[in-house]
Write a protein that binds this ligand. Sequence first.
Ligand SMILES: [Zn+2]
Length: 159
Amino acid sequence: MAAGEHHPPTPDPHELLRAFLAARGGYCPRCRYDLRGLTSDVCPECRVRLYLTVGTPDPPDGMYMSAMILNTVGIATSVFLMLFALLFAAPWGVGEGVLLLLLLAGSLAALHVGVAVALVRKRRAYWRMTRRAQGWVAAGIGSLTLLPYAFVFLLFLLG
Ligand SMILES: [Zn+2]
């Protein structure tokens, strides 16, 4: 059985480029040379190799960027809390409170780093989710980021 028997034949990318330039024309992305009627896949003016691609004019997704920024604030907060515990609390003795803060902030930092890795590696899956599901993920990350602030606020109220 020949490969691709059950699929439409894959057009030669070189052929696609040539057909596109013959029909629509276009300019070299490097030197702006007019490529209409080009018969090779190399710009005759600057010799850069050319290919046909599908692009999008839309800017990066706002919801995804928000999730990223919230998570980065979360990383910064937990690292700051760890430094705070080490630099300010430790000289007066490494008590249980300092160790607890280190443990909590360290776990939070690890969690946020895991979320950052997941956001980058699974970004295509994220973009395929419904807007509502994307919102829930962003809100979840936001809650995680706000957690230490809520905790400090609670301590302030109780203290
Ligand atoms: Zn060129």
